[in-house]
Ligand binder design. Structure first.
Ligand code: NAP
Ligand code: 3JN
Length: 342
């Protein structure tokens, strides 16, 4: 458990990456009570420094005793680093909020979205997992609908921005786009095919069942977060040439009938959700609008006329903020709140 303090020593592991950078900004913006910020990345980044609250913070490489004196560590340096270093950090008394998939399905590790299952933070043993970005956007919208009408099944298709793959992928989209507009040949290094002016139905690796790992993350993580194994989820995850903001098309079958108006009413009072649904005025969520914002935007809310109790909707959330850094900082904020209740 996090000890009650006025200010905390906070570490960001993977600080130089797309998610790590965003974590530093979110900690500053939300005035998280930071006494000292420690930044970690690979040996390659030692010698560099990153700004936080008007000062430059040196980037360090991880060592066995790095976590001594650190209260909270936000990890976003990939699964291998989380597998090795999160238990070391937890053992030295630090609470880890891990952004990788390494610990998400471990029954000893809570998988938390603060708007959905903050109660699960109570049983953490030093490591808390942050869900996949596409799962987070989906569950903040599913939870109020589940509470109102019991969800039986969800069919989701995602349209995921390249920032979900990290900095190198953002550079690749920019370079391919400028090269193509300059009539030059393109190079593909991050993705197996050209991403500029294209769409790839392939995120993370393919598994034996024909689905990708990203698709199965959405299936399994949703059930764990919602605390309901009866919810059936099937996913198709797609990479699109967008820099920031993951979009998702959801088809939801419920036990109880929920009209489109009722769904809009339920969602309009849900924490972390913004209904953005006036198609007659061309108002619906788009990544360009959702980027840089904290809420998950929902629109195109319609009844599915092909089944008895069904809804179709479209959502967009900022994958680096709510999908990763913001959710992790919100978990840390909840831990601080809980420390004050003990
Ligand atoms: P990125 O831009 O490629 O950044 C990777 C970060 O990891 C960099 O800071 C890098 O440091 C650091 N790193 C690499 N090897 C390391 C090592 N041996 N020791 C310490 N640090 C090391 O990737 P990203 O997009 O920020 O994603 C990072 C991770 O966050 C992903 O691998 C994933 O596990 C997780 N993630 C989660 C979500 C989500 O859905 N919640 C979304 C995206 C990413 P250098 O700059 O020194 O190489
Ligand atoms: O591709 C995306 O849009 C989200 C990517 C997430 C990601 C990228 C690399 C490794 C993950 C994740 O969070 O699921 C991982 C991981 O498995 O840790």
């Amino acid at each position: 458990m996090l000890k009650r303090k006025d200010k905390y020593v906070v570490a960001v592991v993977g600080a130089t990456g797309a998610v790590g950078n965003e974590m530093i900004s979110v900690l500053e913006e939300r005035k998280f009570p930071v006494r000292e910020l420690r930044l970690f990345a690979s040996e390659r980044s030692v010698g560099t420094a990153l700004p936080f609250k008007g000062e430059e913070v040196d980037v360090e490489a991880l060592k066995e005793d790095s976590f001594k004196g650190i209260d909270i560590a936000l990890f976003s340096a990939g699964g291998e680093r989380s597998a090795t270093w999160a238990p070391i950090a937890a053992k030295s008394g630090c609470v880890v909020v891990d952004n990788s998939s390494q610990w998400r399905m471990d029954p000893e590790v809570p998988l938390v979205v603060p708007e959905v299952n903050p109660h699960d933070l109570k049983w953490h043993k030093g490591i808390i997992a942050n869900p996949n970005c596409s799962t987070i956007g989906m569950v903040v919208v599913l939870k109020p609908i589940h509470d109102a009408a019991r969800i039986k099944r969800v069919v989701v298709t995602t349209f995921q921005a390249v920032s979900g793959t990290g900095k190198k992928a953002m550079d690749e989209l920019l370079k391919q786009t400028t090269d193509l507009l300059g009539f030059k040949d393109v190079a593909c290094e991050v993705y197996p095919h050209q991403i500029a002016f294209n769409v790839l139905p392939h995120i993370d690796k393919f598994l034996e069942n024909g689905y990708t790992k990203e698709e199965m993350k959405m299936v399994n993580e949703t059930r764990k977060i919602m605390g309901d194994d009866s919810i059936r989820v099937t996913a198709t995850t797609v990479r699109v040439p967008v820099f920031r903001g993951h979009s998702e098309s959801l088809n939801i079958e419920t036990e109880k009938k929920l009209t489109a108006d009722e769904a809009r009413a339920v969602l309009s009072t849900a924490a972390g959700v913004m209904v953005y649904d006036a198609p007659e005025k061309n108002i619906y969520p788009i990544p360009l609008y959702a980027a840089g914002k904290d809420d998950t935007f929902v629109g195109r809310i319609r009844e599915d006329e092909s089944i008895e109790n069904g809804l179709n909707l479209w959502l967009v959330s900022d994958n680096l903020r709510k999908g990763a850094a913001l959710n992790a900082v919100q978990i840390a904020e909840k831990l601080v709140e809980m420390a004050f209740l003990i």
